[in-house]
Design a protein around this ligand. Structure first.
Ligand code: MD3
Ligand code: FE
Length: 231
């Protein structure tokens, strides 16, 4: 059972400590079991090839990758040349519990922050299904998260994300600029050696609508994104 969501801005819902300590440890074990099949690597910036400070891997049918040639989704690990491991079932359940989206996520991007790793202000817009929300799960040390609006220059808000926190970004927040300014060392004992993991669940492709007739009484994309009627 999830606690009540806090609406921290239009389209942004936060469940503080949504995962208790035992659930966090169980999820971490599911992640560790998959990492040998899909090791963390450092993506590179388009054009310049400069490596990210964050290390990444993915689970699910599609993974987000970046190198000199650009950002894209790929069905294979760039170094292993193999499909990504499956998304842990607990995360698929969390998606169903928190979003009203009518199709499962296709990508679980895993970000690992060690040392001074950070993530600059950016938008997530490589997905075709921009009507679907993005669901984020934080594990390990506390992050200083920054979120603004849909213009890079607009005002931003800062929020601390702690281990077990779950955030959903949909509707008007889906194209908001956001980033991780820093991770606060030794704020959690969850990860051996410290640091932080962030998991984001994403729908990448637009799901096939089952029957043309379904359109009439189906909730609008904006309502899916906001998880209308839930939380
Ligand atoms: C707001 N990750 O992987 S999670 C990313 O903590 C990313 O690793 C950060 O930004 C992290 O792209 C932040 C929170 C988050 C994720 C996706 C969003 C916020 C978002 C997409 C749209 C708007
Ligand atoms: Fe992002």
């Amino acid at each position: 059972m999830l606690p009540r969501a806090l609406e921290i801005g239009p389209g942004i819902r936060l469940w503080r400590e949504a995962l208790d300590a035992a659930t966090q440890r169980a999820l971490l074990a599911e992640i560790f079991a998959r990492v040998p099949l899909a090791p963390f690597y450092r993506p590179r910036m388009p054009v310049s090839g400069k490596p990210f400070s964050v290390e990444e891997t993915n689970f699910g049918p599609l993974g987000w990758i970046s190198d000199e040639t650009g950002y894209r989704y790929s069905a294979q690990h760039p170094q292993m040349g193999r499909p990504w491991p499956d998304i842990p079932a607990a995360l698929l359940r969390l998606w169903t519990e928190t979003t009203a989206y009518p199709a499962p996520p296709e990508c679980c991007l895993v970000n690992r922050y060690r040392g001074t790793a950070r993530m600059g202000l950016h938008q997530d817009r490589d997905e075709e299904a921009l009507d679907a929300p993005v669901l984020s799960v934080s594990l390990g040390d506390t992050a200083v998260f920054r979120i603004g609006g849909t213009s890079r220059r607009g005002p931003t808000k800062s929020l601390r994300l702690e281990s077990g926190d779950v955030l959903c970004f949909g509707g008007p927040a889906r194209l908001a600029f956001h980033g991780i300014d820093r991770v606060v060392p030794a704020t959690s004992g969850l990860l051996p050696g410290g640091g932080r993991l962030n998991l984001t669940l994403r729908r990448v492709t637009t799901p096939e609508s089952k029957t043309p007739d379904q359109g009439a009484d189906r909730a609008s994309p904006a309502l899916y994104a906001l998880g209308a009627g839930r939380g």
